[in-house]
Structures are given as structure tokens and as C-alpha cells.
Design a protein around this ligand. Structure first.
Ligand code: GLV
Length: 394
């Protein structure tokens, strides 16, 4: 009998059993002490919902729009590096599940399946996430490839020009494809389905990079190339130039400060993603949900504000929307589904979240996601704002 999946945690448990340790750990890490990674989740728990009764609940809708695109719910799949290592052809499968559900899929620069692989296997346009690298020719070509593939938004990640250290990845010797050591071989031998899938696909390298970037012909040179290539000189002028080159909708991801949100507005971005990269970059930064309302208050009437980080349920989505986000992203929550059950698992993750969102909305006394707002929440006093930005203790 197939397992009964009732929530995202069920998928997480299966995922943990089915995917090699190295890739499980990659997904389940934050940087250094993992404080921000943990608080992205636990801060959602601090916000409570207002129960309302005797409200007609028939004819509910969680349908909405993200940057003008109709979405079945305000939830997109976040760009996640190495998704095709969590399950063979993972990016293609996740993109198909997103398309069938009617939500956007975002392909990471550091994906295993290439832009062209995903485009060939889907019909709905997807979003392409760009890491800004030193090799400008390569970036120009990536942008052109995304244009040729019909991508309808460019998501530029701003918070990973230098990589935050995740201890487990160093200890595991993370690589794609995995390096064969006695430990990794012993672990992979227990992941039979995963191994069969990987044996049957040719997509085991960073598909957007291998054969496209100069001097990167094999995987062994890739990790050092990545460390060398991410461009630490990225600034707002460069973002402006990239936006011009792209010529379409631009989403700036990794904004966690109201001043940066104003800069994003000034360069003419279509949306920002309030994000700390899933707690994988600046450990000690505040959680995304804590920062959200300040940023919404600063720019929310002039630019679409999205958020990611810590969303593991439809209740979390509802809280983020009620705090003022126009869209949310799930990363780990869909990776659990993918590693657990392939495309069906991603579909299940999306179904679980949509149902939770719908029922939670109803129990809050709302019929339309557009009417959800701060009046639906009980937010503890001082939740987002008792911090002095100049580091004084008052
Ligand atoms: C890359 O985006 C990572 O967080 O590992």
C-alpha cells in the first residue's frame, strides 16, 4: 500500500530514507550555527491565527497572481541548486508538477537539468534564477538561453556572492555527481530507487554550466570554478544592466532590509523576494517572516513583495500573505516530495499546501485569498520591530 501522506513532514521522513545522505544534508543545512535556518521555521509558530465563525464559506478561492501571472495559489517553487541530485531528472519532474498545479517553477543556475532540458519537457513558461558571475560572456549567454527557452521572469539572487559555510557539505565532500568514497558508496547502496534512477539518466552534472562555460569541461573543476566565479563586485549598477539585457520581468531575491528594498524599487524590479536564502547565508540574520512586515510597509504599495524561508504548510503561506506578501516560495517542502516520490511527491506537496491554505483560510472566516490580511493574525507585540539598526542598545 502506498504511504498515506498527510503533511509535509510525512514527505520529509520518506525523503530522508530514500536520498543519499550527502544530498539530504545539503538540503537540511543552514550556515554555521543554523540559527537563522531554525528561526525561519520557528518564527512562523509565534504568529497565531484569529478563528472566526458563522461566516459563509462556500465558493472559496486561493487563486491569485504573481507578477501578473495567474497562479492556482500564491506559491511558487523556489530555485534549488542540485535538484536533479535529489531525484533523477528532478528539475524536469518538479517543473511538470508545478505546471499541472498551475504554479510557477523557478530553475536554478546551479541545476542539474539544463534550461533547454526543462523547456523541452514542459509547456508552461518557467522562471530562471541567475547567479551573477565574473564571466560576463557566460552570463550573457545564460540570459539569451533563458530568453530562447521562453522563461517569463528572471530571478536575480543577490545574497550569495560569497557562500555561507555549511559544515555538513564540507564534511560530506558534497559534489555533483557524488564523489565515490567508501562512506558515500556504502550510503548510496542503501538508496536503491535513487541509484536506479541515476543510472538511467545522463543528467548528473550541472547542466547549465558543463560545456557552456569556458574551462569547465568536467565536474572535478566545477566546485573551485564556482568559488572563483561568483562575482563579489555585484552592485546596483550591474543589476540595472542585467535588467536591461533581459528586457522582461525581473524579481530580485535575497532582500532582507528596507533600505535594500528601496534600492530594488529604484532599479525598477517587478518584485522582490524577502529572503535569507533559507538560512544558508548570513547566519544571525532575522527570519524572513519577521522582516516581512517592515519591508511591506516600506515598499509594498509600489512593488510586489514575495517571501521565502521556513514555509512548511498552508498555514505558513496564509500567515505570510496576511503579513502582506503577494507571493511565497517553497524550497525544502517540494524537495522533500521530490526525493520521497519523484513528480508525484512534488504534486503531493503542492496539494497538501493548497488544501491546508484553503481550509485555514475558511476557518479564519475568509473566502478569498485577496481579502486575507493582518486582521486575520495575532502577532506578538514586538515581533518584527524591537531591533535597533545602528547596533545601540537604546
Ligand atoms: C545555493 O543556492 C545554495 O544555497 O546551496
Amino acid at each position: 500500500m502506498p504511504p498515506v501522506i498527510t503533511d509535509i513532514e510525512d514527505l520529509h521522513r520518506l525523503y530522508r530514507r530514500r536520498v543519499p545522505r550527502m544530498f539530504y544534508d545539503y538540503c537540511q543545512s543552514g550556515s554555521w550555527t543554523e540559527q537563522t535556518y531554525r528561526e525561519n521555521e520557528t518564527d512562523f509558530d509565534l504568529i497565531r491565527l484569529r478563528q472566526r465563525v458563522a461566516v459563509d464559506m462556500e465558493g472559496r478561492s486561493v487563486r491569485s497572481k504573481m507578477i501578473g501571472r495567474e497562479v492556482a495559489m500564491p506559491v511558487a517553487l523556489a530555485p534549488v541548486g542540485l535538484t536533479g541530485m535529489q531525484h533523477a531528472d528532478g528539475e524536469i519532474l518538479a517543473a511538470k508538477a508545478a505546471e499541472a498545479m498551475g504554479v510557477p517553477f523557478t530553475l536554478s543556475t546551479m541545476s542539474i537539468c539544463s534550461i533547454e532540458d526543462v523547456a523541452r519537457n514542459t509547456t508552461a513558461p518557467f522562471w530562471f534564477q541567475l547567479y551573477v558571475m565574473r564571466d560576463e560572456d557566460f552570463i550573457d549567454r545564460l540570459i539569451e538561453r533563458a530568453q530562447a527557452a521562453g522563461c517569463d521572469a528572471l530571478v536575480i539572487t543577490l545574497d550569495l556572492q560569497i557562500m555561507g559555510q555549511r559544515h555538513k557539505d564540507l564534511k560530506n565532500g558534497l559534489s555533483a555527481p557524488p564523489k565515490l568514497t567508501p562512506t558515500s558508496i556504502a550510503n548510496m547502496m542503501t538508496k536503491v530507487q535513487w541509484g536506479l534512477g541515476m543510472a538511467q539518466t545522463k543528467r548528473r552534472f550541472f547542466g547549465n554550466i558543463i560545456g557552456h562555460a569556458k574551462g569547465v569541461e568536467d565536474a572535478s573543476s566545477l566546485s573551485s570554478w564556482t568559488a572563483e566565479q561568483f562575482d563579489p563586485r555585484l552592485d546596483w549598477d550591474k543589476i540595472r544592466r542585467l535588467k536591461e539585457k533581459w528586457g522582461g520581468k525581473v524579481i530580485l531575491k535575497g532582500i532582507l532590509d528596507a533600505e535594500d528594498a528601496r534600492m530594488a524599487l529604484a532599479v525598477g524590479a517587478d518584485a522582490i523576494v524577502v529572503s535569507n536564502h533559507g538560512g544558508r547565508q548570513l547566519d544571525g540574520a532575522l527570519s524572513s517572516i519577521r522582516m516581512l512586515s517592515e519591508i511591506v510597509d516600506a515598499v509594498g504599495d509600489q512593488i510586489e513583495v514575495h517571501m521565502d524561508g521556513g514555509i512548511r504548510s498552508g498555514q505558513d503561506v496564509l500567515k505570510a500573505i496576511a503579513m502582506g506578501a503577494k507571493g511565497t516560495y517553497i524550497g525544502r517542502a517540494f524537495i522533500y516530495g521530490l526525493g520521497a516520490m519523484g513528480q508525484a511527491g512534488v504534486t503531493r506537496a503542492l496539494e497538501v499546501i493548497r488544501r491546508e491554505l484553503d481550509v485555514t483560510m475558511a476557518l479564519c472566516g475568509e473566502k478569498d485569498i485577496h481579502n486575507v490580511g493582518r486582521h486575520n493574525l495575532l502577532v506578538p507585540r514586538g515581533f518584527s520591530g524591537e531591533w535597533d539598526p545602528r547596533g545601540r542598545d537604546g
